[in-house]
Design a protein around this ligand. Structure first.
Ligand code: SF4
Length: 462
């Protein structure tokens, strides 16, 4: 009985957990105000990514493509990228920030987007748009390494690196949220407000839960401004909630501008939310107010109602973004559940050295597998071979077929989730997130008990 950390041995990926690096860079870009990124590659590199953003958030987002074709493979695609910048600036007079995001094809071709940006700054922008404030930012995201997670992490770092400018201290906290939902941002802002902490939330996507207004505005935008990015160098500290989604930017600001960085923990569940608030207290010197102590009490009460009676010993599989998976696993263990299988879906060799996973390896006393560079077949195959019995699956919509085929209750959590209504509106972080998650998990299992006629009676006496 032990916890084992392995890497997928089988060649080839069957049902990937993630999409590619440019998707992560695109997600970072839509968090910035007055920004439209140009993805330098084939149209599909934008089209499918926009589609999953829209499926998940049920909103429209603006992203452009240089739309290269066969001749770019022979002659290079820079001409297309050059034209794309010009067309974009002509059509969108408000746009100021234009990240140019590379893809697998343009990285293999070897298109020099950094050189192109130097050329455009000296030529096109000076000659045709002399009165425009335009920032062309190179983002390298070859998709033959990493995943949308590393693409997001690198893009956030590169955008911060491009804009950060040391001037006067602003006494604010940089809060890198990682790849979250609007509901998470609302929950985090609430905690900051209760603590009376002034923070720059990066990259700010609360408005992705966009109102439909009388003026007919039909596209969603993030709220992070150029000024927010510039002033990251003047903050009193940085706090990156997710090691693999924003951690690089926090580290960069520490190394370059001596802005002290704290990375994690992802505030999922009671213990990690407690740590988050303690970290805020340490960084700012502000006390944790009674209002949050009460919120914590309500959450602990809600979880106590469920933990021993329903969650104890329940076997769960979790897949998705690494920080999310680890945070959920820690939460499930606190609820007396048994995570049996954790799937981390990309080739990051450092996952195996993650202290949170090493702690699981040391402490867990049941058979638990953590698979890095995993795909969804890792779970499906074990279920088909009866090597794995589960009471619950936690993950995004792409893995739902294992739940459907094997009749295992599932709670949708993570990105992309498109087959349940309004999931982006609910937080998984903070005390509110702990309540929501635990109750979703319990209700999924209750419904399953009813349909399978197992222990349904226990709900009568609960
Ligand atoms: S794998 Fe390459 S071609 Fe496919 S979407 Fe990603 S960047 Fe584009």
């Amino acid at each position: 009985m032990a916890c084992e950390i392995t890497t997928r041995q089988r060649a080839g990926i069957i049902n990937p957990i993630f999409t590619c690096q440019p998707a992560g860079a695109q997600f970072a870009s839509i968090g910035i105000k007055d920004c439209i990124a140009i993805v330098h590659g084939g149209q599909g590199c934008v089209m499918f990514v926009r589609l999953i953003f829209s499926q998940h958030f049920k909103e429209s987002f603006e992203l452009a493509s240089s739309s290269i074709h066969e001749e770019a493979a022979v002659f290079g695609g820079l001409k297309r990228a050059e034209e794309a910048v010009d067309v974009l600036l002509m059509r969108y007079p408000h746009v100021k920030v234009v990240p140019i995001i590379t893809t697998c094809s343009t990285e293999v071709i070897g298109d020099d987007i950094d050189g192109l940006i130097v050329k455009l700054n000296a030529g096109l922008l000076k000659e045709k748009y002399p009165d425009r404030e335009v920032y062309l930012v190179p983002i390298h995201s070859p998709s033959f390494v990493g995943s949308m997670i590393s693409g997001y992490d690198s893009a956030v770092r590169d955008l911060v690196k491009y804009f950060a400018t040391k001037t006067e201290p602003n006494n604010k906290l940089n809060l890198f949220t990682g790849w979250v939902n609007p509901g998470d941002v609302t929950a985090l802002k609430h905690l900051l407000k209760e603590m009376d902490i002034d923070a720059t939330v990066l990259f700010e996507i609360e408005e992705f839960d966009s109102p439909l207004m009388p003026d007919g505005q039909h596209v969603s935008h993030g709220e992070t401004t150029i000024e927010d990015l510039r002033s990251t160098a003047n903050a009193s500290a940085s706090l990156a909630l997710n090691k693999y989604e924003g951690g690089k930017a926090a580290k960069y600001l520490e190394d370059e501008y001596e802005v002290p960085a704290t990375v994690g923990p992802t505030p999922i569940g009671i213990r990690n939310t407690d740590k988050f608030l303690q970290t805020l207290k340490q960084i700012t010197g502000k006390p944790i107010p009674a209002s949050l102590v009460k919120e914590r009490g309500i959450a602990v009460d809600a979880l106590t109602d469920l933990t021993h009676m329903f969650f104890a010993e329940k076997k769960v599989a979790i897949y998705g973004n690494p920080d999310l998976v680890i945070g959920l696993a820690q939460f499930c263990i606190d609820l007396e559940m048994k995570p049996m299988l954790l799937l981390l879906g990309d080739d990051n060799a450092f996952y195996k050295e993650d202290p949170r996973l090493l702690e699981l390896k040391e402490k867990v006393d049941w058979d638990m597998k953590i698979v890095t560079n995993a795909d969804l077949w890792e779970m499906e195959e074990k279920l088909q071979n009866n090597e794995l019995e589960l009471d619950l699956i936690l993950g995004h919509s792409k893995g739902r077929f294992s739940s459907i085929d094997h009749k295992i209750p599932m709670v949708r959590v993570g990105f992309p989730t498109y087959d349940r209504a309004g999931m982006f509106r609910h937080p998984v972080v903070g005390y509110a997130g702990a309540i929501w998650l635990a109750e979703e998990m319990a209700n999924a299992m209750f419904t399953d008990m009813e349909y399978k006629n197992t222990r349904e009676w226990s709900l009568n006496v609960w």
